[in-house]
Design a protein around this ligand. Structure first.
Ligand code: CP3
Length: 346
């Protein structure tokens, strides 16, 4: 047996992704790297977010921190959805407490041409960081990720974070050619960004379409689904693909049409309902991240509720229903990991 096969069969996370029965329910947390850990805040002192993302030793260290502290079943690569955009020369900054801000928003035919393809040579630090991580992680798989075309486009078109995505939606309807031009170029960039990570050793990927829930199903299907499908096609038949959005209860079925093997479910849809609607999909989720602030007894009871609701699913990867909130207590996240492992050991 090759080394790679030996590692994957030992991993509850990869077994669950493939719809096999893992030795226990695997658990990891979206946004586990960064944010709440004191050792993260220490490591990040004096560097901007994008500088940190292009420093391989620092990326490897921050990616490892939650694995060491929590004993999670997968690592998520420390980077950001805007890293490939910065790498092709888009003037984007990550403003602390705000998010990605784009100096010159993308709204016209001429702007489409500002999005050139990503070349692996644009992101040598990604390949290098993953090389360091694969050695250090041993049996724990690494999840690579990208932002989906709609979520990335919303930052590019709005110029920064937005509550209603008004300019993005208006662009779709008023200038559909410009929209599809931007989204298809973003799909190529995301697909390549995922491919670079897999080539370097990532053993699964997650496509974050965090803001897709803002769209109706009809608009999702017409303006977004083809582009997310194209982005995920870049790594089809190589590693398991997880697809996640927030407030996407009305889009669960449509989102599976991208071909992703695992459906991320946010905390608004109980997993037993999601399992009935998606009987052929492995589900990932979905403890409300706010419940990390509940007392221990309530937190354990809510963790058990998620495990119980997932029993009818084809497979289950325990996660939060969105990312770790910035002020979360690491001890509470550790309590959840231990509870999931203890309650599901086979
Ligand atoms: O554990 C991990 O998931 C770490 C890797 C990661 C980051 N961002 C690091 C980061 C991942 C997977 C992301 C994804 C991401 N980035 C998404 C999709 C996931 C989601 O939560 O919906 C989105 C929408 C972004 C865009 C973005 N980047 C936002 C909204 C922010 C937060 C701004 C803030 O300060 O509140 C960022 C910055 C960012 N990305 C931070 C981290 C750790 C915080 C920056 C810092 O610590 O200085």
């Amino acid at each position: 047996m090759s080394n790679a096969a030996a590692v994957s069969s030992a991993s509850p996370f990869l077994a669950a992704c493939r719809g096999e029965t893992p030795s226990r329910t695997p658990v990891w947390f979206m946004r586990q790297a960064g944010r709440s850990l004191p050792e993260y805040k220490e490591a990040r002192k004096g560097t901007t977010m994008l500088e940190a993302c292009s420093t391989p030793e620092l990326v490897a260290e921050i990616t490892m921190q939650p694995v060491r502290r929590y004993g999670v079943d997968a690592a998520i690569f420390f980077s950001d959805i805007v890293v490939p955009l910065a790498a092709i020369g888009v003037d984007v900054k990550i403003v602390p407490g705000v998010g990605p801000v784009v100096a010159e928003p993308f709204r016209t035919e001429a702007d489409v041409k500002r999005l050139r393809n990503l070349d692996p040579c644009d992101v040598p630090y990604i390949t290098e960081a993953i090389g360091l991580l694969v050695k250090e992680l041993g049996d724990t798989p690494l999840i690579g990720f990208a932002g989906a075309p709609f979520t990335l486009a919303s930052y590019l078109v709005e110029g920064g974070p937005s509550r209603d995505h008004a300019k993005t939606k208006a662009l779709m309807k008023s200038q559909p050619d410009v929209w599809h031009g931007i989204a298809s170029r973003l799909a190529a960039i995301c697909g390549e960004f995922l491919r670079v990570q897999v080539e370097a050793g990532a053993q699964a990927v997650q496509l974050f379409d965090s803001w897709a829930g803002a769209l109706s199903e009809a608009d999702y299907r017409e303006f977004v689904l083809p582009h997310s499908t194209a982005a995920l096609a870049g790594v089809a038949h190589s590693v398991p693909r997880i697809h996640f959005g927030v407030g996407t209860g009305h889009l669960l079925e449509a989102m599976t049409e991208t071909g992703a093997e695992v459906s991320g479910v946010d905390f608004r849809i109980p997993l037993d309902q999601a399992a009935k609607r998606l009987p052929d999909k492995v589900l990932q989720g979905n403890l409300d991240p706010a419940l990390i602030f509940a007392d221990d007894a309530a937190l354990v009871a809510e963790t058990d509720k998620v495990l119980e609701a997932a029993k009818g699913a084809k497979g289950h990867i325990f996660n939060l229903g969105h990312g770790v909130l910035p002020d979360s207590d690491p001890a509470k996240l550790k309590l959840v990991v231990d509870r999931v492992h203890e309650a599901t050991a086979r």
